[in-house]
Design a protein around this ligand. Structure first.
Ligand SMILES: C[S@@+](CC[C@H](N)C(=O)[O-])C[C@H]1O[C@@H](n2cnc3c(N)ncnc32)[C@H](O)[C@@H]1O
Length: 275
């Protein structure tokens, strides 16, 4: 078995039928595809780095949403790296016709790309799926040219456990199924541990920022329900069986104004580190 076949998360099951997401399954290939990155994400990125003309490596690129977004910010090239052939096939479709984007089937610990090949390494929603942050950041350090920047975007347990509101739908997940917090506590990195692992890997000037990123705007609750039932873009929903998921969708939709549009926003932490 190669490292590409190895699942990186050892998610603890909390009840008999709970399952972790299988990134390699064809049935999940569109889970992280088809969305557009929002203006709030672009503003946050521009506040920490100048993307114009840069060479970006997007590790754990999923469906390629942020490969396209980096080009939109003016990057000269983007290499999307992912260990899942299924995700990469969706990313290729999503980025078809875009000049400057290529993809590489490889793991986060060993991308196979040359030394100093990047000005920016970007890792969004990747590190909570890894069991060796040090190996991931050493590889990012190797990829970065002098003056380069590592940007890690992920959620700490504090980000995840913000209360449910009509804009922070994830909070409702844990209100309805508190046992999902066990999974989150086991996999969410502590902010200080991420910083320490970056410094140990040779990064300096590590800083953190908060980001509220618009995830999606829905015309109404039926769109929210359909999105939840499809388990789109949220690996935590793969911990629920179908009956639990339907229960959750009804619970969340019951918290929303049936007649109003919904603007969903997720809370993130950005760790920004320089070489
Ligand atoms: C939650 S998704 C995020 C996708 C994308 N970055 C985004 O934000 O839309 C995590 C992605 O990381 C990939 N991944 C997980 N572990 C990986 C590893 N060890 N090496 C490379 N990719 C990995 C998965 O296949 C998946 O596409």
């Amino acid at each position: 078995m190669s490292y590409l076949d190895v699942k990186t998360v050892d998610v603890k099951m909390t009840t008999g039928d709970l399952m972790a997401i299988d990134f390699h399954s064809e049935s999940n290939r569109l889970t992280y595809a088809g969305r557009e990155a929002g203006d709030d994400w672009a503003r946050a990125i521009r506040s920490v780095v100048s993307p114009e003309g840069g060479r970006v490596v997007d590790v754990g690129c999923g469906g390629g949403v942020y490969c396209k977004a980096w080009l939109g910010l003016g990057a000269a090239s983007v290499v999307g790296v992912d260990f899942s052939a299924a995700m990469l096939s969706a990313a290729r479709e999503y980025c078809e016709g875009l000049r400057g984007v290529t993809f590489r089937h490889a793991g986060a610990y060993d991308t196979g790309l040359p030394d100093a090949a990047a000005d920016i390494v970007f890792e969004r929603a990747l590190i909570h799926h890894l069991d060796d942050l040090g190996a991931c950041f050493r590889e990012a350090r190797r990829l970065l040219a002098p003056g380069g920047t590592l940007i890690v975007q992920d959620r700490t347990i504090e980000d995840v456990t913000r209360p449910g509101t009509p804009s922070h739908l994830r909070g409702y997940f844990f209100e309805r199924f508190p046992e999902l917090l066990e999974t989150e506590r086991a996999r969410r990195p502590a902010g200080a541990a991420v910083e320490a692992a970056m410094r140990e890997a040779g990064f300096r000037a590590v800083r953190t920022l908060e980001l509220a990123e618009t995830r999606r705007e829905y015309a109404g609750v039926e769109e929210v329900r359909a999105d939840l039932l499809a388990r789109t873009g949220r690996s935590i929903l793969h911990e629920l069986n179908d009956a639990q998921l339907e229960d959750l969708a009804a619970y969340v939709c019951g918290r929303l104004d049936a007649a109003a549009p919904v603007r969903e926003s997720d809370h993130w932490t950005l760790w920004v580190a320089s070489v």
